[in-house]
Design a protein around this ligand. Structure first.
Ligand SMILES: *Cc1c(COP(=O)(O)O)cnc(C)c1O
Length: 372
């Protein structure tokens, strides 16, 4: 058996995706590319649950932060950055780098930004033009209540800008129904593709904001993405091999069913949490908002995440990830997004159960509480 690759991104590639990447090059302005890209965009709209635009760029997910800012805002615009972890922090940093007037709502890591906190922050900063949100905070294993939050932000009249990098394709994400204006993600998370594509959904209010946004832009220019997409193309040479991969992955998601895919993630999330707790380990996230694509385990103070990762790799051929930012050595994260089954996760729990004793992690009394 190969490696049980359980990072919260990049995620394992299904055989159909690997195979698709062997397709030969095609002219990037030719008919085959046009029908491929058109069909990819149609399926992405379906999975994003939007009738609005969706575009794809060759880039990593982080590019979505910059793309949102330069297309929807102008220097000095007041924005509210809701920071629930390391990715929210990075989004806020990008906003600062672009000289937006950044107001912050800082939420303790491991907790979600509750709708009432958002309401209070907007009352304190009534002039903000956009609210920068992280849907699923991969660094803490928390899914923020986006539907409720978005309703409050909309009522306030600000743009809803969403980092959905580790949720899109895996967690319910109802772009139109929830009123999300800009939703961006990256191919190497729940999309089951290699790193290298940034995907963004752009709603009607985002297009109005685009009209007055004054940042200089070239590569990320939405109008140029729209003009080329109308012809079935991307503005620059299309990342063909990655589009082949995405083509195969989207087929898999639609074959399983979008809602069925969400349901599978919900079940695997619960399965992982129950398993982790069953062997006496502690979840980092507030359980009410625990993520169904990534589970963060809070380690006892005297255990280093690095030692857990090494033992899991050497004894069980399981790849997990540590924490981020100041918690990098204090946390172990299990990715369960994209191409993943209950049996993959059962092996992770068994492996953790096995390495816990040599590391001196206190065990659940009578830890016969295996999942399964
Ligand atoms: C992974 C991730 C990113 C960054 O994506 P890159 O592809 O590494 O640029 C941003 N936000 C969230 C929530 C993520 O999980």
């Amino acid at each position: 058996m190969g490696v049980n690759f359980r990072l919260p991104g990049p995620t394992p590639l299904p055989p159909a995706v690997l195979e698709a990447m062997q397709r030969p090059m095609i002219p990037h302005r030719g008919p085959a590319l046009k029908s491929l890209y058109r069909s990819i965009l149609l399926r992405l709209r379906e999975i994003h649950r939007t009738d609005g635009d969706v575009f794809v760029w060759p880039a990593s997910g982080s590019a979505g932060w910059e793309a949102a800012i330069v297309n929807l805002l102008s220097p000095g615009d007041p924005v509210l950055a809701v920071v629930t972890g390391d990715f929210g922090e990075r989004f806020a940093r990008v906003a600062e780098a672009f000289k937006l007037d950044v107001r912050r709502l800082d939420v303790e890591w491991g907790r979600a930004a509750e709708p009432e906190q958002i309401r209070a922050a907007l009352a304190a900063h009534p002039d903000v033009k956009a609210v920068l949100l992280t849907h699923n905070e991969t660094s803490t294993g928390v899914t923020n209540p986006l539907a409720e939050t978005s309703a409050i932000v909309r009522e306030h009249g600000a743009l809803v800008v969403v980092d959905a990098v580790s949720s899109a394709g895996g967690l319910p994400l109802l772009t139109d129904e929830w009123g999300l204006d800009f939703v961006m993600s990256g191919s190497q998370k729940a999309w089951m593709c290699p790193p290298g594509l940034m995907i963004a959904a752009v709603g009607r209010r985002a297009w109005s904001a685009y009209e007055t946004a004054s940042y200089p832009r070239f590569f990320w220019d939405l109008e140029s993405a729209r003009e080329f997409a109308a012809e079935g193309m991307t503005p620059t040479t299309s990342p063909l091999t990655l589009l082949y991969a995405l083509d195969a992955a989207l087929d898999m998601i639609l074959e399983e069913g979008v809602e069925e895919t969400w349901q599978r993630h919900a079940e695997l999330g619960e399965f992982t949490r129950t398993g982790v707790e069953g062997i006496g380990l502690e979840l980092f996230a507030d359980r009410r908002y625990a993520s169904d694509t990534v589970t963060a385990i809070a380690l006892p103070e005297y255990i280093s995440a690095k030692s857990v990762l090494v033992l899991m790799r050497e004894r069980h051929a399981i790849e997990l990830q540590g924490g981020q930012g100041h918690l990098s050595d204090r946390m172990v994260r299990i990715g369960h997004m994209g191409w993943v089954t209950a049996s993959d996760l059962e092996h992770v729990i068994e492996g953790l159960d096995d390495v816990a004793s040599p590391l001196g992690i206190p065990r659940a009394t009578g830890a016969a509480s295996r999942t399964g």
